[in-house]
Design a protein. Structure first.
Length: 119
């Protein structure tokens, strides 16, 4: 079954770091671009970072220089390393896999993992 599953969320103090993981089935990991999104309470889901199958990375302005997206091919896992966290980073973080095939966009979302930045 094709799916993506996030892990690694938790409570961290301001200025701290956290690493999120997104495990994917082998086919998804090999064929799909992988992204992280987040949704804070009362706000819309927003883009955080993206890693294409070609290795290109993209970041939102709000996390650029603080977050880093990477992949481990041996583990079929994408990571989001988050440094210098602030309370504004508090949100549910979602992993997304997507690809274009035969003119249609195929998308898989994970269930989300909560990140809380608070002292």
């Amino acid at each position: 079954q094709e799916q993506v599953v996030e892990s690694g969320g938790g409570l961290v103090q301001p200025g701290g770091s956290l690493r999120l993981s997104c495990g994917a089935s082998k086919n998804i990991f090999r064929l799909y671009d992988m992204s992280w999104y987040r949704q804070a309470p009362g706000k819309q889901r927003e883009f955080v970072a993206r890693l294409t199958t070609g290795g290109d990375t993209h970041y939102s302005d709000s996390v650029k220089g603080r977050f880093a997206i990477s992949r481990d091919n041996a583990k079929n896992t994408v990571y989001l390393q988050m440094d210098s966290l602030s309370p504004e980073d508090t949100a549910v973080y979602y992993c997304k896999a997507d690809r274009l095939r035969d003119g249609s966009v195929l998308v898989f979302w994970g269930q989300g993992t909560q990140v809380t930045v608070s002292s």
